[in-house]
Write a protein that binds this ligand. Structure first.
Ligand code: B4P
Length: 192
């Protein structure tokens, strides 16, 4: 199994690049953002609870997202590999993921980190907000809050995987196709 984490701040292009990577490599795409938005649409208790956090630019509690990922892994026993997009977002989530994969005699092969500066991130999210209808895109104060949460709670996840020399930084300031080419280059190198 080949397991990949696409890492980066909100708006760095994780969702955009994941769609292209999944098509090229046939991995199962696990986006906790997408899974949470689906729960919200279906008005499940989980979706309603999660939305209160998302609307404020906060992270949804660890146990909620870890439970979702655990179920998704179990639902795909024959997967060639998984692409984790927007997960893990805390060190506790990373440690839980490592354990879940270990139970399946697998691990994270590579963490691709999209580097984008904060002004560009806010600009992209403001633009996305014009069409996305997403409550967490609604105004700049929520987006700034999300960037703060990222720095304090999510950035330490990169340090966790750096200990195992699994992190590769990619310049995410370029156009979508150029970013994709760099990501693919590193994946191909890893797959061999
Ligand atoms: P997510 O759904 O993960 O979304 P994101 O971080 O906002 O965006 P992403 O990086 O995927 O950017 P995109 O491709 O859209 O999270 C939503 C919320 O859910 C979180 O805030 C949190 O509350 C909750 N949540 C999710 N996972 C969680 C977890 N594990 N634990 C706790 N809570 C969790 O790109 C952004 C925009 O830029 C798009 O409009 C795109 O078209 C554009 N763009 C992309 N690449 C570009 C490029 N190269 N050049 C120019 N524009 C580009």
């Amino acid at each position: 199994m080949f397991n990949l984490i696409l890492f980066g701040p909100p708006g760095s292009g994780k969702g955009t690049q994941s769609a292209k990577l999944v098509e090229k490599y046939g991995l199962i795409h696990l986006s906790t953002g997408d899974l949470l938005r689906k729960e919200r649409q279906l008005k499940t208790p989980l979706g309603i609870e999660a939305q209160q956090f998302i609307d404020k630019g906060q992270l949804v509690p660890d146990e909620v997202v870890i439970g979702m990922i655990s179920s998704a892994l179990d639902e795909n026993p024959a997967a060639r590999g998984f692409l984790f997009d927007g997960f893990p977002r805390t060190v506790a989530q990373a440690e839980a993921l490592d354990k879940l994969l270990e139970l399946k005699k697998s691990s994270i092969a590579l963490v691709l980190f999209l580097d984008v500066n904060e002004d560009e991130l806010i600009q992209r999210l403001v633009n996305r907000g014009k069409t996305s209808g997403r409550s967490d895109d609604a105004d700049e104060s929520i987006q700034r809050k999300r960037q703060e949460v990222y720095k304090h709670e999510t950035l330490p996840v990169a340090a966790h995987y750096e200990k195992f020399k699994k992190v590769v930084h990619i310049d995410g300031m370029r156009g979508i196709d150029d970013v994709f080419s760099s990501l693919a280059l590193h994946i191909d190198k890893k797959i061999g």
